[in-house]
Every structure is written in structure tokens, then in C-alpha cells.
Design a protein around this ligand. Structure first.
Ligand SMILES: Cc1ncc(COP(=O)(O)O)c(C=O)c1O
Length: 336
């Protein structure tokens, strides 16, 4: 849609996208082309279209070697340089606002998202916010873009739209983009793309029911309360020597396990640390998944505070069991 928008406006040459390292937008060839996770995407290199890639705002492992805070958002500067030079070739910038999910639950530093939004506008490049993972309350706001007052040109929505009960997705755009697709029938300005189950009524009914619950059960207030529990646990986990970084926002958190805190060296792949921690958690009745050695915490937004605390307790024990058997007795019990 972003590409065709420029075609309809008669502006030529805007035939690629600006995307981020560590990005994940799905598994079709187009989505993989704007993805940036080598283990997922590298093998498909020859099939992908050309894009411009900019560093991920992954402060713990800054690609530019800068220390945060005090880095002056060097990653934003890099993005700005690309736009200055190549905006006439770029249809849109695409990113996952506030949290890069599959790339490791990378939480953006303050100001990054707003900066990208402003730069895109300044350089006449559309801004696509992929809120498939973070939309509908995951970060404590209905949409993650709200954290920095950004209004994207496209909002990609799915997962939380139905509370996860039925599969549904929606692509939302502005009146301006929509209008570019209007015209006389014979002009054929239609967006000729759809999917077998587009607009499935049952899934839409589930989405409406879920939206009603947001109001009735004050879901967002609940997320913000439970966020405090999660954040204080993440802070506590930073004290463990096998933990390099923890990060989170709303009801999404991550614990990055590392072999050496000083050098930030990861565990050898063959150690399968993340996998083993999650197996240990499963033994205790908790299903979580790792992203490599990053343990992901992403409970349903409706989780009770009691269950959240139980979940975090099990995770702490599982990490201790796999990685810190000698430190186990020194772990503080509960109380976050
Ligand atoms: C941010 C983001 N975008 C897109 C997708 C892909 O969605 P789908 O599997 O529905 O294509 C995902 C799936 O995990 C995602 O996290």
C-alpha cells in the first residue's frame, strides 16, 4: 500500500524501504525483506528485495559501540543520514514501535520512536508502525506509538486484536493514503490484494468482544499496575551474575542470560541455556519460550497479580537451577 500510494501520486523512484536491524515483520518474502534477524532471514538473501538497513536501538549491545545514556541517540543520527541521502528512493520506514519483539524484546530508548516519526515526515517518507506484537495494550498503552505521541501512516495490527482467541489482522491507514486509492472505476486504482479469510465475521466478533473487555475490565489500568511488579522483578534479576541485561515495558519483559558480564560474551550455542531454563520452568508448570538465551516474559494481559508473581518466582528458580546452583541459597525470596 505504501509503495502504491506513491505510484498513484505520480512520484517515481520510491521503490524500497528503510528498516531496522533485528526487525521482524513476518515470513512472506516481502516481510522477510524488511526483516533484520540473520538466523531467520539470512538464508533467503537471494530472494529478497533491496532495502536500506539502519542500526537497531539495542542499547545493551550498541552496534555503534556507544554507551547509553549519553549516546545522543547515535542510531537515530544514522537513520537520519540515510534519509538525507536516499529519501527519494524510500517509500516508507517500517519498524516495531517501542519493542523489537522476535529480535530479542529490545526496548527502545526514550526519544527514538518520536525521532523516527519526525524524520520520516521531514523527508516525505511514509511511516509504518508494525504493532502486531505490541498493539492492544501490551506496552501499557493501547498502541505503543502513543508512548511518544507518534501518529504513523500505517498501523499493522493482529495478535492482541482478538485477545488471541481467533486469528485476525488489520492494516489501518490515514485518510490521505486511502484517498490516493480512490478514482473512477476504469482508473483501476484499487488495492488488488486480499486474503482467503479477509474480514472473517467470527474473528471480528471476537475482536469486538475483546475491545469491550478493555473498557469493562479496565485492562490498561491493570497492565500498568502489573507492570510495576514485572519491572521490580527485572531490576532484581539484574543482580544475578548470569544476567547481562533485563528490559521491559508494560507486560513484556526479557532477561538476557550471558556467560561473561564484563565482555558480554554469550554462552556457547551448544549450552542451550535459554532452552534449558524454559524446560526447567515447564517442569514447574510454567510455559515460556526463549529467544536464544533471552527469556521472554509475555503473559496474557488479564493475568492476576498473584499468578504473575508466581510466574516470576518460577522463572527465577528455573534460572537459578540451570545456571546458578551455587547461588541458589543467596537468592532473595519473593517480595517484588
Ligand atoms: C512485530 C510482528 N510483525 C509481524 C508478525 C507476523 O505476523 P503473521 O505471522 O501474522 O504474519 C509478527 C509475528 O510474530 C510480529 O511479531
Amino acid at each position: 500500500m505504501a509503495f502504491q500510494y506513491w505510484v498513484h501520486r505520480g512520484i517515481k523512484g520510491k521503490d524500497t524501504f528503510l528498516c531496522l536491524n533485528n526487525a521482524y515483520h513476518g515470513d512472506t518474502v516481502g516481510a522477510v525483506s524488511v526483516g533484520g534477524i540473520d538466523v531467520f532471514h539470512e538464508a533467503f538473501g537471494p530472494l529478497l528485495f533491496k532495502t536500506f538497513r539502519t542500526p537497531s536501538p539495542y542499547c545493551y549491545r550498541c552496534e555503534l559501540g556507544l554507551e547509553y545514556p549519553g549516546c545522543g541517540l547515535g542510531c537515530l543520527e544514522r537513520l537520519s543520514e540515510i534519509l538525507k541521502e536516499h529519501a527519494p528512493e524510500i517509500a516508507a520506514v517500517i519498524l516495531e514501535p517501542m519493542v523489537q519483539g522476535a529480535g530479542g524484546m529490545i526496548v527502545f530508548p526514550r526519544g527514538y520512536l518520536k525521532g523516527v516519526g519526525e524524520l520520516a515526515r521531514q523527508h516525505d517518507v511514509l511511516f509504518i508502525a508494525d504493532e502486531v506484537a505490541v498493539g492492544f495494550g501490551r506496552t501499557g498503552r493501547m498502541f505503543a506509538c502513543e508512548h511518544e505521541g507518534v501518529t504513523p501512516d500505517f498501523l499493522c495490527l493482529s495478535k492482541g486484536i482478538t485477545g488471541g482467541y481467533l486469528p485476525l489482522a488489520a492494516t489501518v491507514t490515514t485518510g490521505e493514503v486511502f484517498s490516493a486509492f480512490l478514482g473512477e472505476y476504469e482508473e483501476l486504482k484499487t488495492f488488488f490484494h486480499g486474503h482467503s479469510y479477509t474480514g472473517n465475521p467470527l474473528a471480528c466478533a471476537a475482536a469486538i468482544a475483546s475491545l469491550e473487555l478493555f473498557e469493562k475490565d479496565k485492562i490498561l489500568d491493570g497492565v500498568r499496575k502489573k507492570e510495576r511488579v514485572l519491572m521490580s522483578w527485572l531490576e532484581e534479576m539484574k543482580g544475578l551474575r548470569c544476567v547481562g541485561d533485563t528490559r521491559g515495558i508494560g507486560l513484556v519483559g526479557a532477561v538476557e542470560l550471558i556467560k561473561n558480564r564484563e565482555t558480554k560474551a554469550p554462552y556457547p550455542l551448544s549450552d542451550r541455556i535459554g532452552y534449558r531454563v524454559c524446560l526447567a520452568a515447564r517442569e514447574k508448570g510454567l510455559l515460556v519460550r526463549p529467544l536464544g538465551d533471552i527469556i521472554v516474559i509475555m503473559p496474557p494481559l488479564s493475568i492476576s497479580t498473584e499468578n504473575l508473581k508466581r510466574m516470576l518466582e518460577i522463572l527465577k528458580e528455573s534460572i537459578a537451577e540451570v545456571k546458578l546452583p551455587d547461588q541458589r541459597s543467596r537468592l532473595p525470596s519473593k517480595g517484588y
